[in-house]
Design a protein around this ligand. Sequence first.
Ligand SMILES: [Fe+2]
Ligand SMILES: [Fe+2]
Length: 296
Amino acid sequence: MKIIHFGDLHVWRFTPVWSELYYPKRWLGPLNLLLHRSKHFPPAYRKAALDAIVKEKPDVAVFTGDFSSFSLTSEFQEANDLFAPLRELLGDRLFALPGNHDCYTPKAYRNQVMEKMLPWVHSEAVSRLDLNEKVSLVGVNHSVPFLISSNGRVSPESQTQLKATFEQLKAEGRTVLLAGHYPYVSPPEFPEGKDHKLLGDQEFAEVVKQGAPAVYMHGHQHIRWALRSALTPDTLCLNCGSVAMKHERADKQAGFLSWSQQDDGTVDNLTAHTFNGKNDWAKTPLSASLRELPGE
Ligand SMILES: [Fe+2]
Ligand SMILES: [Fe+2]
């Protein structure tokens, strides 16, 4: 079964939301866009990325959040249009989760802007999709709005539901692949900032350890990596990086991951696809960069 994992598309529009200007992110965000994001996320990269993924003809595609930059209706509309060919190819085997930028402000979150525009995204706390008679995909949504920071939060409800889902899948004797937006472990050279991390990450890691999924797919830090941590020794942690960011470093430049998923949980042919900025995507094996990190 060929899986593609991608995320952090970050469609952006420079549209001030006048009714929410009292809210710091509503002017901090566009200011940041003006200074950085418009340069780092060239609009032409988005379609190139979705075209490349469709061309790979995956059996399953997992998107781990951040469709938008500011949770604007116009940003979600563009994301919906960009995803249409992949949705046509895969149906519900395109499994997508929200990121923190898809619930950018409390108002956008309350008004369920993303859910209305992208009703096919799994915004429930925990979701499950059976991929075949042996393998199941589980999604966990930790994305909530914060005043200024880009944190996520592990809720008691999501923990309880996740534990119950893992137990059920274990009873059914199934292999589990887990997906979420935020890392719970990152390489020492890329530590998560306190304003960017998943709050409750260690508690989440404890539940992951018990559930022992074969893979944990995430994004949020826009860097591609593959690692194993002593916190969760049974689980291969994969960060897909951003699918649409422009950067001189190959592991930050627009790209995605693909691999061949075996029913017993084995990941074969793990490959990083990296955009050359024009019309080609380099394919590099990623297994060589596997790292064994000690538990913290
Ligand atoms: Fe992101
Ligand atoms: Fe994010």
